[in-house]
Design a protein around this ligand. Structure first.
Ligand code: SF4
Length: 336
């Protein structure tokens, strides 16, 4: 069995038989620098070579335990260190979660993602979320969890409970990680990603743009994701939602073309991954979202709320998908 150690690799440290192309940061920067239309066109070509461009994977995200997180991530309203006015919520009841999952499925979601605001789960938390995962899985939905840093054996327990995906984002360029997240480091993230892979779970791993980073730093984030070997099956690209009370509440506005470029570069460098247009969609006009789909985004978060911030209404999502002749990708449990 392959054992993954997903720490960031220099080119001369690559595994003997890498399954993915190694991307230097400067190569990713070259993609970012392409003329906009050429970049979108190239990404659209890569998209068509690997996917049905009309199929969109729909995930619904539910915060099952909200706020009061001891971590210090400058973008996050759930950190207990920031005064954002967010109401803390203890772990939701399993019945309530299952009810929400049923609704998500009835509305067309194929994957149900559950998030808990922890640095990482304790063994007793794993027991609780395992029961929840099994109950959601029994509805015929794909399951995804985002619970923070994992200790030995936890990923195996989650897999055993029926978890399909584990979400663990690399957030930003590894070189500026410590400027954004102050209570863990990039290697901690890579360590959990390795545990997730070794347990046979699929990886959902992306990042956030619009956090005052430079273009080379955006390229650094994409290179760090593309150089995960194997590449993540799912790559959420988030645009920062500036929440009052967080250190990034006044972050500079990222030009919309730069966001579309980020989607396109993610598509080109991770041709077989689902690239998800994630947080920040409420602020994106339909035409911008359309360009993102053209540039290779083929997954969205679907539902009223992301973890704690708003998401476009489902009706407007359906309307946009109808206008663009896009359809939801269905999930066949028997395939897994
Ligand atoms: S991003 Fe996650 S770990 Fe960081 S403060 Fe928010 S909930 Fe906690």
């Amino acid at each position: 069995m392959t054992t993954y150690n997903l720490r960031l690799k220099a080119k001369n440290e690559l595994t003997p038989h890498p399954t993915v192309q190694y991307w230097r940061k400067c190569q990713v920067e070259e993609l970012f620098a392409m003329p906009f239309m050429e970049l979108v066109f190239k990404a659209a070509q890569v998209h068509r070579e690997n996917f049905d461009p009309q199929a969109i994977q729909l995930s619904t995200l539910l915060s099952i335990k909200t706020g009061g997180c001891p971590e210090e991530c400058e973008y996050c309203p759930q950190s207990a260190r920031y005064d954002t006015g967010l109401e803390k919520q203890v772990m939701m009841d399993i019945e309530e979660i299952v009810e929400k999952a049923k609704i998500a499925k009835a509305r067309g979601a194929s994957r149900f993602c559950m998030g808990a605001a922890w640095r990482g789960p304790k063994p007793k938390d794993i027991k609780v979320v395992s029961n929840i995962i099994s109950a959601v899985k029994a509805l015929g939905l794909e399951t995804c969890g985002t619970f923070g840093l994992l200790e030995e054996g936890m990923a195996e327990d989650l897999k055993q409970a029926g978890l399909d995906y584990y979400n663990h984002n690399l957030d930003t360029d590894p070189e500026r990680y410590s400027k954004i997240v102050h209570t863990r480091n990039h290697d901690d993230r890579m360590d959990t990603l390795g545990k997730v892979r070794n347990a046979g779970l699929k990886v959902c791993c992306g990042g956030i743009v619009g956090m005052n980073e430079t273009r080379p730093e955006r390229a650094g984030l994409i290179a760090s994701l593309a150089n995960l070997d194997p590449q993540p099956e799912s790559v959420p690209i988030n645009q920062l939602i500036k929440v009052e009370g967080t250190p990034l509440e006044n972050a500079e506005v990222l030009d919309w073309t730069e966001f579309v470029r980020t989607i396109a570069v993610a598509r080109i460098t991770m041709p077989k991954s689902y690239v998800r247009l994630s947080a920040g969609r409420t602020a994106m006009p339909e035409a911008m979202q359309t360009l993102c789909f053209m540039a290779g985004a083929n997954s969205i978060f679907y539902g009223e709320k992301l973890l704690t911030t708003c998401n476009p209404e489902e009706d407007s999502d359906r309307l946009l998908m109808d206008k663009l002749d896009l359809y939801p990708l269905s999930y066949e449990p028997s395939e897994v």
